[in-house]
Design a protein around this ligand. Structure first.
Ligand code: B12
Length: 214
């Protein structure tokens, strides 16, 4: 039963057994589950539970680190699968993406980058804790169509606004569409800081990017 397997994946994340997460992820692929189903209905459900337990002080930082390790190892298996499902042949556009300065959360950002790449975008993933000036320089260098800014902390979401301001100061704000995302981000925040779009998840990010480059 695929739902049983997905539930086992969720539990292995919540209970911090990365090796089991990896084995179950492999098994799910063999059973014919789609990589995105494994991510959204198995792994991410587990990460959200871990996040909630951290918030209520039932879990501490080591729990977060172990859970992230399980998800990252599973993603290493799933990313090539996502890539191989690429449908578009031509480049849909150039994307620069990264987690903003002060933010080291990388899993969601990397997933968005992988999905965009699998959908035909040429993606430059700058990693995590990316200084604002590095984003600006890369947008200039690549002539990017889209700049994706990830922030998972309420303390780093303000950096997204700072990046937009610096794009304005550099005189290149109207040359690139800025899309933002991350757990605390909302459409309202995107409107407040003058971003071109917000997406809740990786699938939504691809749809948004495609709309914006038309
Ligand atoms: C794993 C994790 C960590 C790991 C990260 C490991 C890694 N290599 O990435 C570690 C242990 C390092 C960590 C550290 C910290 N964390 Co943390 N962490 C999490 C956790 C549990 C899961 C995040 C995750 O990977 N989710 C799975 C992915 C797939 O989802 P996602 O990241 O949300 O991404 C999706 C969308 O948001 C969207 N998206 C993401 N980026 C982008 C970008 C664009 C452009 C678009 C369009 C969309 C988009 O699409 C993605 C795919 O669907 C969250 C809880 C949660 N529910 O988010 C807390 C959480 C984010 N962390 C939190 C905290 C407090 C911290 C620490 C401050 C803890 C501490 N005391 O040190 C530090 C801060 C470190 C720093 N400076 O960045 C809080 C933030 C609270 C807040 N409101 O600010 C959370 C919410 C936990 C909680 N409930 O309290 N963390």
């Amino acid at each position: 039963m695929s739902s049983e397997l997905l539930n086992k994946i969720t539990i292995s994340i919540v209970e911090g057994r990365p090796d089991e997460t990896v084995d179950l992820t492999r098994q799910a692929l063999v059973d014919g589950l789609e990589p995105l189903t494994i991510i959204d209905e198995g792994l991410t459900v587990g990460m959200n539970i871990v996040g909630d337990k951290f918030q209520t002080c039932e879990y501490y930082l080591p729990h977060l680190i172990i859970a992230a390790s399980g998800m990252k190892q599973a993603m290493e298996i799933l990313e090539p699968e996502l890539q191989s499902r690429q449908q578009e042949a031509e480049s849909a556009g150039v994307v620069v993406i990264g987690s903003v300065a002060g933010d080291i959360h990388e899993i969601g950002k990397s997933l968005v980058g992988t999905m965009m790449s699998a959908s035909g975008f040429q993606v430059h993933d700058l990693g995590v804790d990316v200084p604002t000036e590095v984003f600006i320089a890369k947008v200039k260098e690549t002539g990017a169509d889209i700049l994706g800014l990830s922030a998972l902390l309420t303390t780093t979401m303000t950096v997204q606004r700072q990046v937009i301001r610096e794009l304005e100061e550099a005189g290149i704000r109207d040359q690139v569409k800025v899309v933002i995302g991350g757990a605390p981000i909302s459409q309202e925040w995107a409107n407040t800081i003058g971003a071109d779009g917000y997406a809740e998840d990786a699938v939504g990010s691809v749809e948004l990017a495609k709309q914006l480059v038309v």
